[in-house]
Design a protein around this ligand. Structure first.
Ligand SMILES: *[C@@H]1O[C@H](CO)[C@@H](O)[C@H](O)[C@H]1NC(C)=O
Length: 389
């Protein structure tokens, strides 16, 4: 609804990047058209056999552990950067476990520091001399290293911009965590900071998932080589990486190595958009400038994917006992359902009406490609955002 009181106030005009007609113009089919690939899941036994096959000198040619660790760590940092860009998430807290999963975390830490994040690593133990080197390399690049829990607890390491990497336990983990990980794992399970888990959330069974009902649900997961069966119930953003295994592994281990990645990408998102919900929000504005400024804010903050500004609508409505008729413009705003509240906040902040129209309509369906583009254009809420609500 409207109020004519403030109708003529000048609005700041914002340089606009908003498509005022068809949103599909921004759509680049080559990079976003394909739906999430359907890749088979593997159990811990197969994951172990793949590692043996990659490194066994008897199979030719064999990889060295440092080679694989470098590629895995680079893959983890790539997925991390795509999920948590450094302009929004400045600080990374990496929990480094006692095995190869921890090594992946140390390599990722080094890359992330070089890519502009502040990085803190919690490294209670190191397996051998090689891991000692990985730690020193990360330190040399500027990562902060802690070998034990600070007196004020792990929570004291968190800032409002921290994302945690859970590289504590990988696909070879069994049994409940032993000291010193018996304090780290419960911290991961209870923290409200977003967490990216490497291969399997620590404390979950690699083959059966969250069997002990920890309720631990990381914000995102990067699966290496193939997703593990235990992660089938995972509901956050899910990435697949490991673009370094030979094609013969498809026949040998029933995994998928081709037609997953695009261009030079190291990772591919597996999150399916089918159960994502989208909304259309209708907002009227007094004129094109006003609509443009609101639309620019909505799109540039990735709160919405697209705003269609429909010029010259005539609105007839009752206001304070009188029938009013106004010339207005109509904004048709497309976003994720979970961001509708944020749309309302921005509209109320920038709109000059006393009671701006904010009308939300659910999206029942659409073409798979368009919905995928829509989903990718809107920043998802992190677990932390949700907890704060
Ligand atoms: C679940 O709890 C049981 C009993 O403490 C333990 O033996 C088992 O290893 C736990 N599973 C995981 C995945 O931690």
């Amino acid at each position: 609804m409207l109020s004519s009181i403030m109708r003529h106030s000048t609005l700041r005009t914002v340089a606009a990047l908003v498509a005022t007609s068809a949103c599909t113009r921004a759509f680049t089919p080559s990079s976003v058209c394909a739906a999430a690939p359907n890749v088979p899941y593997i159990n811990s036994k197969t994951a172990a056999a793949i590692d043996v096959s990659l490194m066994d000198p008897a199979t030719s040619p064999s990889y060295t552990l440092p080679q694989l660790m470098e590629l895995a760590g680079l893959t983890v940092s790539t997925a991390f950067h795509k999920t948590y860009p450094p302009n929004n998430f400045r600080h990374v807290l990496v929990f480094v476990g006692p095995g190869n999963n921890g090594g992946d975390g140390l390599v990722a830490a080094r890359h992330l520091k070089l890519w502009g994040y502040d990085v803190t690593c919690v490294v209670p133990k190191l397996k051998d001399e090689y891991f000692e080197k990985l730690k020193r390399q990360a330190e040399d690049c500027g990562c902060e290293m802690l070998s034990e829990e600070p007196a004020a607890g792990y929570a004291s390491l968190l800032t409002s911009e921290t994302v945690i990497i859970d590289s504590v336990f990988g696909f070879s983990a069994t049994g409940p965590p032993r000291a010193p990980y018996d304090t780290i794992v419960p911290f991961l399970h209870s923290t409200s900071a977003p967490v990216m888990a490497v291969d399997i959330p620590s404390g979950w069974s690699v083959d059966s998932g969250d069997v002990n009902d920890t309720k631990y649900s990381p914000d995102s997961l990067i699966s290496l080589t193939a997703p593990k069966t235990g992660s089938k119930g995972f509901t956050g953003r899910h990435w697949l990486g490991g673009r370094f295994v030979p094609k013969r592994f498809e026949a040998e281990f029933g995994i998928k190595t081709e037609d997953i990645y695009e261009g030079a990408e190291m990772v591919r998102e597996l999150t399916t958009t089918s159960d994502d919900a989208y909304s259309v929000v209708y907002v009227t504005a007094p004129n094109g400038d006003s609509a443009q400024s609101i639309a620019s804010e909505l799109v540039s903050t990735k709160t919405v994917a697209c705003v269609n500004i429909i010029p010259a609508v005539k609105s007839v409505y009752a206001w304070k006992g009188k029938v009013e008729t106004d010339d207005e413009v109509l904004m048709m705003i497309k976003t994720r359902q979970e961001r509708v509240k944020d749309v309302e906040k921005i509209v109320k902040k920038l709109h000059e009406y006393e009671t701006p129209e904010v009308l939300v309509v659910g999206v029942e369906g659409g073409s798979e490609e368009y919905l995928k583009w829509l989903g990718e254009s809107v920043e998802k809420k992190t677990k932390k955002d949700k907890d704060e609500e």
